[in-house]
Design a protein around this ligand. Sequence first.
Ligand code: ADP
Ligand code: MN
Ligand code: MN
Ligand code: MN
Length: 335
Amino acid sequence: MTIKAEYIWIDGTEPTPLLRSKTKIISKGGSVEDLPIWGFDGSSTNQAPGKASDCVLRPVFACPDPIRGGDHLLVLSEVLLTDMTPHPTNTRAQLLAVAEQYADHESLFGLEQEYTLFKGSRPLGFPESGGFPGPQGPYYCGVGNDDIYGRPLVEAHLDACLRAGLSISGINGEVMPGQWEFQVGPLSPIEVSDQLWMARWLLHRIGEDFGISVTLDPKPVRGDWNGAGCHTNFSTKEMRESYDAVIKAAEALGKNTEEHIAGYGFGIEERLTGHHETAHYSQFSYGVSDRGASVRIPWQVAQEGKGYLEDRRPNANMDPYTVTRLIVKTCCAAL
Ligand code: ADP
Ligand code: MN
Ligand code: MN
Ligand code: MN
């Protein structure tokens, strides 16, 4: 019995990598360790020169393929050089080292992936003839034909993620028309990052069937329209037991802002303007319930005296391997 395995990887496009995939027919059965390594032409993905173009795909996370159904698989793979060491674009390998170093802190992440749907050159809900929809206000978590655009695609994506076994914790319509969010987690750093990349691939793939493009552009429309972020909720074992540890983690983030901002996604200066529910990228602040702060402590956390914090700075186009690595490193070193 053979199955279709869709090998998915992250390419070397700068400044923001793209997802790539191709299909391998393999014999059925086994776990992710039993899936064969494979290769691809790195000269077509900004990962190798033409004269030495071979790169290696090593499966790291597999799940049922909800689009093809049956026993078919989606196979997220990391990119290696032909000597089997991590390719320079392989940020997963860098996360793995840090996650293992601080494994005793039992870090958990919940990622809020925002994204924007486009038909042609216009976001869904923006008049095709030009001009703008009514100002922001009714769209966030809205209902009805005047305010909500793209729900069939969003529902199809949610169903696909659940059929794939991904830990989606919710979805919602966002502040700008045509903008949506799904959340993954809470999960360990590697799990949440692998699952977010898989969920992103499914979103782009399902967009094909609807004739709708998905963008993770952090500021898809200039002017008085919200950008798209990927708020990153984080806790350690200590933080889930003590409010002191939550504050310590927030303070630690405030002492290492430049490295974090540089790793939180291309174009972050366009989004973190200090308006539209953001804090300016050059200023760090944290506060309870404060959606204008860099880091928000949810009110339930302050009330219960334990829990997690929300780093509101990461862009929608961030690499979760990099963002979770930076947060684990900065916070766990201080705890
Ligand atoms: P917001 O109010 O900011 O829109 P969401 O409900 O969209 O919040 O997302 C909150 C995320 O935080 C969810 O993905 C949830 O699973 C995650 N989360 C909850 N508890 C924890 C925790 N202890 N550690 C890390 N993440 C958590
Ligand atoms: Mn949210
Ligand atoms: Mn949101
Ligand atoms: Mn949030």
